[in-house]
Design a binder for this molecule. Structure first.
Ligand code: SAM
Length: 270
């Protein structure tokens, strides 16, 4: 049975409740006048990741908004998401075409709402899709199910994959690493490298001086932080060599207008 078939409505509601910040669970009498101290081991990066990346997507209305952002009706407010998503799909399609031998067993993690289903179905390969969010995967069902080669969904945490070493020949990780704080980034790259036997296709937010200024301006104007953890190219390269991966090619999603870069990496065999 597909894991998503075991996803009753009531559990979804519980989850969305869980994902609210702790402060929202307290009523005003519990908080009024209380001196709430920051815990001694508080780490803002960890807290932001837990709330904004890990939990935020585990909410049905957030998941619907995410999908609508790039696949719904074209509006001024969703124009950028539409363009970026098309570019991401094209870059992954191009990256797959450069692979030799062509991918046969692919893991799409995090699959989100199934942005890559169409691209992957054009290849003669088997695909597993994984994400921590049942709510995102519930929407990915429409995109993925019925596609030839689709093998199902797994709910898992990318920091600790319940998968054997080298379970897939190709792992694709799109639009996650730029959301990941430094203390977890390398752990995730190592974990993705562990479960692939041949290659990893991963996107990073790359922080050139120009991109840092652009991101800061964007934040000032829109109040939004689109790439909280961009890194310098050298840092990305260190991640790759630490994980035993060598850089084969790279694709810029939208030169100048986006800091997102897709890297095709191959496992270095001793
Ligand atoms: C920006 S979305 C990208 C999804 C998809 N790759 C795309 O490009 O549309 C980030 C995704 O990462 C997932 N995610 C966040 N933290 C995760 C974790 N620790 N393990 C697995 N998935 C995670 C979220 O649930 C969400 O679906």
């Amino acid at each position: 049975m597909n894991v998503l078939d075991r996803h009753p409505r009531s559990r979804r509601q519980d989850k969305s409740d869980e994902s609210r910040p702790m402060s929202e669970h307290l009523n005003s009498r519990q908080t009024a006048g209380a001196n709430i101290a920051t815990p001694m081991n508080y780490d803002a990066d960890v807290a932001a990741y837990e709330l904004a990346t890990k939990h935020r997507y585990q909410n049905p209305s957030f998941a619907e908004r995410y999908l609508d952002g790039y696949a719904g009706g074209l509006k001024l407010s969703t124009f950028a998401s539409h363009v970026i998503a098309r570019r991401e799909q094209n870059c992954i399609a191009k990256a797959l075409k450069t692979c030799s031998p062509l991918p046969a067993q692919v893991l799409d993690i995090p699959c989100g709402t199934g942005k890559l289903a169409d691209v992957l179905s054009r290849h003669d390969c088997q695909v597993m899709a994984a994400d921590i969010s049942m709510e995102m995967m519930a929407l990915a069902k429409t995109a993925y199910e019925g596609r030839p080669g689709f093998r199902g969904f797994i709910r898992c945490d990318v920091t600790q994959l319940p998968l054997a070493d080298e379970s897939f020949d190709t792992v694709i990780c799109l639009r996650l690493i730029h959301l990941i704080p430094p203390h977890l980034r390398r752990k995730i790259i190592n974990e993705l490298a562990r479960v692939t036997s041949r290659r990893l296709i991963v996107s990073y937010g790359l922080a050139s001086r120009f991109q840092r200024i652009r991101l800061r301006l964007r934040r000032m104007i829109t109040g939004r932080v689109s790439a909280p953890h961009p890194v310098n190219f050298n840092v990305a390269r260190e991640d790759f060599s630490e994980a035993g991966l060598k850089l084969v090619s790279s694709f810029s999603i939208l030169p100048l207008l986006s800091c997102e870069q897709v890297f095709v990496l191959e496992k270095v065999r001793p």
